[in-house]
Every structure is written in structure tokens, then in C-alpha cells.
Design a protein around this ligand. Structure first.
Ligand code: ATP
Ligand code: HMH
Length: 279
């Protein structure tokens, strides 16, 4: 008889990227790469590839709730990641589930605009994310423009500006904050984590590549995967390994020729780098 495997479970509540590089697809690949079982609740379908978003079909909020109920009534979820939410009704449905508290620590990636520049959140839903969801999640992971929108401020232009906005978001909401530094320039990409135990800077060499589609999704999914694997650990312990996974996937993604976007805009990461034979 084979041994029973008590596998950690992570849930992603996010949109589908038909091109496979971001959204639910990036999240499930990231969970699998961590040895974590992935469940998914779809909030929207995008017709998307490495060049951009060609269409969005939002899932009715009642059906988002039906999916959440189906998963949470049956499966013990150890951590949750939230990505694209599309509109205010979907935000409300997800906020209700988070308030119910069934999915372990919750990481919110406040997705607003895709790397290609296409909108993934109705501007009218930003207030609902800020007021109804942000205060009840455990970690929020905005990029530089998203942090500015959440604070109603101008985007930071340097690391000190990012540090100040991360501190301000944490003090306003009480939710731990990781502001991603991919949109700044310089030899390093620096993410700033601020939480109850203070500030942690995550510095990694900036990879010279245009294949950055899905980096934000992948980081937040890796954070949820780490939280599922190590219950009780603080974000400052989980963030380093999550950022390392992303860095390896970014480096390996330079050799992954998927889609024409790789040569002009935004090719995907290689989530499965660890499974590939060298050479
Ligand atoms: N060229 C790069 N080299 C190394 N790390 C990077 C690079 N670009 C982005 N990152 C890292 O990727 C993560 C996502 O950062 P970014 O600020 O680009 O978020 P995002 O805009 O939400 O991502 P996305 O492109 O998926 O929308 C961060 O950990 C950031 O430091
Ligand atoms: C579905 C989806 N979610 C998130 C992003 C952000 O990268 C994207 N491009 N597509």
C-alpha cells in the first residue's frame, strides 16, 4: 500500500490568461512547482497572448460565489492568492468569502493593468478593493503604479519613495505590504516588504529580458505557496524563497520561446525550469 500524502493546498481566485503566462495559469504552475496542490476560482476569462489582452469576459459574481462555496465547503485550503477581480460585484463576492475566513492566509495582488497596458479592473472597482478587501487580507502586493492608486498619490520614482509608500499603506490598513520594484530602473529590482516586524528589502539582480509577463502573478502565487508549506511563518521569512523562485523562472524564461511577444513585448516565464534537463 502506498503512503498517504498530506499535501498543502493553495487556492487562487483570479482571471484566466488564455496565453498561459499570467493569471490562474501562472498561479497553478507556480503552486505545482512548489509541490502544493492548486485549486482555482475563476473571476474572468481573458482572450490574451504574449502581445496583449484582446477581450475580457467577466464571470457573474453569483457564479464566483458558487465556485468559492464548492471549493471551501469541501477542501481544506492552507493559503489563498487573489488576482484579477474585474469589477466591483466580483470584489464584493470575494470580500464576503475572505471575511468568512476559510482559506488560510490571504495574499492580494491588486491587479489593475496588464504588462501590455490593458485594464483588468474597472476603475469604479478600485474603491471597493481599497475599502472592502485590503483591510481584511494578510498581505497586499502592489506594483509601483498600483501602490500609488491605492494611496491616491503620485507613483514613486525611486526606492525611498517606494519605502515611504509601503510604510504608509501598512499604517493606513494594518495589512502587511510588499511593493514590487519591477517598474523602477537600476541594476537591481528591489521589492519592499513592510509588516508588523518592520521593513525587509528584497534585492535581486535585474534580469535583462522582455519576458516579464506574469511576474506579479507568479510572485503572489509563490508567496501563497510558501505560506501553505510553512504555516505560522512570517512574510519576511516566506518572501525570500518566493522571490528566489520568481528569479529562477525569469532567468530560465529568457530561453523559452513561446509566442511572438518574446521578441517584441512580453513573453512568459519558465515556471517549470526545475523539471527541464540541462542543455
Ligand atoms: N527584469 C527583472 N529582473 C528581475 N526581477 C524583476 C524584473 N522585472 C520584475 N521583477 C520582479 O518581478 C516581480 C513583479 O514586479 P513588477 O513590479 O513588474 O510587478 P507587476 O507589474 O505586478 O508584474 P506584471 O508584469 O506581471 O504585471 C517583483 O518581484 C520584481 O522585483
Ligand atoms: C488574467 C490575468 N491576470 C493578471 C494579469 C497581470 O499580469 C494578466 N495579464 N492576466
Amino acid at each position: 500500500m502506498s503512503a498517504r500524502v498530506d499535501v498543502p493546498v493553495a487556492l487562487t481566485i483570479a482571471g484566466s490568461d488564455s496565453g498561459g503566462g499570467a493569471g490562474v495559469q501562472a498561479d497553478l504552475k507556480t503552486f505545482a512547482a512548489h509541490g502544493v496542490f492548486g485549486a482555482s476560482v475563476l473571476t474572468a476569462l481573458t482572450a490574451q497572448n504574449t502581445r496583449g489582452v484582446h477581450g475580457v469576459h467577466v464571470v457573474p459574481a453569483a457564479f464566483v460565489t458558487e465556485q468559492l462555496d464548492a471549493v471551501l465547503s469541501d477542501i481544506a485550503v492552507h493559503a489563498t492568492k487573489i488576482g484579477m477581480l474585474a469589477d466591483a460585484r466580483v470584489v464584493a463576492a470575494v470580500a464576503d468569502a475572505v471575511a468568512g475566513g476559510a482559506g488560510g492566509p490571504v495574499v492580494l495582488d491588486p491587479v489593475m493593468v496588464a504588462t501590455s497596458g490593458d485594464r483588468l479592473l474597472d476603475p469604479a472597482a478600485v474603491a471597493a478593493v481599497r475599502e472592502d478587501l485590503l483591510p481584511i487580507v494578510d498581505l497586499v502586493t502592489p506594483n509601483v503604479p498600483e501602490a500609488a492608486v491605492l494611496l491616491d498619490a503620485a507613483p514613486a520614482t525611486d526606492l525611498d519613495g517606494v519605502r515611504a509608500q509601503a510604510r504608509e499603506l501598512f499604517s493606513r490598513t494594518g495589512t502587511a505590504v510588499l511593493v514590487k520594484g519591477g517598474h523602477l530602473t537600476g541594476p537591481e529590482s528591489v521589492d519592499v516588504l513592510v509588516g508588523p516586524s518592520g521593513e525587509t528589502l528584497l534585492r535581486r539582480p535585474r534580469v535583462g529580458t522582455t519576458a516579464t509577463h506574469g511576474t506579479g502573478c507568479t510572485l503572489s502565487a509563490a508567496l501563497a505557496a510558501q505560506a501553505a508549506l510553512r504555516p505560522g511563518a512570517g512574510w519576511e521569512e516566506l518572501a525570500g524563497p518566493a522571490r528566489d523562485y520568481l528569479q529562477s523562472a525569469l532567468l530560465a524564461g529568457r530561453d523559452l520561446h513561446v509566442g511572438s511577444g518574446h521578441d517584441g513585448s512580453h513573453g512568459p516565464l519558465d515556471h517549470a525550469f526545475a523539471l527541464r534537463e540541462p542543455g
